[in-house]
Design a protein around this ligand. Sequence first.
Ligand code: MSP
Length: 650
Amino acid sequence: MADKNTFYITTPLYYPSANLTIGHTYTTVAVDALARYKRLQGYDVKFLTGTDEHGQKIEEVAKKKGLKPKEYVDGIVADIKKLWGQLDITYDIFIRTTDDYHEEAVKKIFQRLYDQGDIYKGVYEGYYCTPCESFFTESQLNEGKCPDCGREVHTDREETYFFKLSKYQDRILKLLEENPDFLQPESRRNEMINNFLKPGLDDLSVTRSSLDWGIKVPFDEEHVIYVWTDALSNYITALGYLSDDDSDYKKYWPADIHFVGKEIVRFHTIIWPAILMALGEELPKQVFAHGWILFDNDRMSKSKGNVVYPEPIIDLYGVDALKYFLLREFTFGQDGSFTKEKFMNRLNSDLANDLGNLVSRTVAMIDKYNGGIIPEAKEEGEFDDQLRGLAISTPTMVDSHMDKLKYSNALEEVWKLISRTNKYIDETAPWVLAKDEDKKDRLDTVLYNLSESIRIISVLIRPFMENTSNDIWKQFGIDKSEMTTWESLSDWGRLKSGLNVRKSKPMFPRLDVKEEIEKLDEENQKLIDKRKGVKKEEPKVEENYITLDDFDKLDLKVAEIINAEKHPNADKLLVFKLKVGEEERQIVSGIAEAYEPEELIGKNVVIIANLKPIKLRGVESQGMILSAEKGKALSLLTTLEDIDSGAKVV
Ligand code: MSP
């Protein structure tokens, strides 16, 4: 049994798709918020995510693109990681089902199940859904279509290995009936019991012979292991299950929660527990099925063009706005419709009006009435108890909602405190107190109470909106300290007086909804076009010519690399010291993924020497090192002969 202080949570593995919508980000954003929340509470959290890269669909798409499946997925996985980077997702492990260690462990799992008689060879005849990569019997179909995704199925017959799922039926039924917490929300449990378990489970086909792109059955290379067996196993292979080092498995398994979208509940609450039962391993403590974010009643609706991608939202409104909206607007276990109006309205009302205003009004008043210094609380007055009472009780309410994964309710409680604090400003009217010297002590108390309430709010929002929380700390001169821990929330008065506030630009400016929707549509469409490969009309070739005069403006020179090291704040950047003739200069270049810094020392490269210096992530760069694109990577340009540095490139 994992020790009590650990907390292991997982997202489903994503299919490598270049078009992850804000719907896809929903699961990951929710898991990330819980991971952050649990860390703040002092848990040793393991947060797993990754990609599910095998199977027929991927094989087909790669083929269409003229790429090997691995080449194809490598590019997409890099994009997915980039997106999680943009969203500041704090995963601890990113597993790819193409990782060697995973493939090895899956083979061992398969072999073990075969050796003990839980897997046997047979022939499958049934209906196959290619997108879901699943076989169904006629009775399982829903009006002749796939019961999971509703798409067309086709009949198929093939030799296959079966997993004895039927053997575990009674135990799984008992698991779901006797442990209401195992699958939440409740409605999903009834669906599994009544639609799948009570009618009876058939053995499950767990290999495909018509497919190449997958993990081969270790004792029969004609067969590839079914994607779901492969993918589900990730939850334990990621912890080193059946590897030389299974210490993480011993420490973190069983998972505290597997988060899944509602369409993949059957895999996680019937097939996955059966595999674990067969392996004699503990079962996850909970599977939580969230609803879908719908775009015009559809999960994807790409064709209708109303699907929204996360990137333009992040670029235009910031990561915190997106995270807040996703977790606040929708009830986590249910479906919800996304509209841009709802998004903009939430930004205006909750973020700009409520939170943004509270912070900027308070900072402005401390600035104006107390020279920018947070005063000490001195004279108690009316309304103080009410504000304090709510501030102290809010964390308990947040905890109780978070225990049930009621993100929206948790945030609602914080916003009640924000509203109460805003109301406190109106009730105490500091601008009136400021006019009367005798009221200075009371004014100080009001300003302190406002700041203290904001401190509590800044910690409470931290799991959901870390940037905003940081921004508030900066404005109130708060450092990460005993004032900012989760435990600090139980005490009123932890904020030190005497800190200096700093006015800053509004955290969430008010938006003109109509204008912003147009802007967002435009950016979203640009991204869709880019992904489809639609190009804006290029200027004619002649118009692209430059003259020799233009070329002469560039001061290209040979430079020798005398030192190279990783950029302190950016994984992709290297910082170079270069010798250019007698001169030495520093250039920052984005080629950390292509080279190890040490291997470059002593090499000659070509630089643009007269490019205006800029700071890249805080480090000055005096020029640019030229490199050629090599697929997604880069290759540095150099000279054929060894030439002295400083030579001009003509
Ligand atoms: N690869 C499988 C999972 C294997 S887990 C061992 C898969 N991948 S997926 O890429 O299709 O979906 C990943 C997650 O994104 C799922 O939980 C799915 O429900 C979620 N979402 C995709 N679109 C969504 C919405 N529009 N709304 C909410 N979640 C959605 O399934």
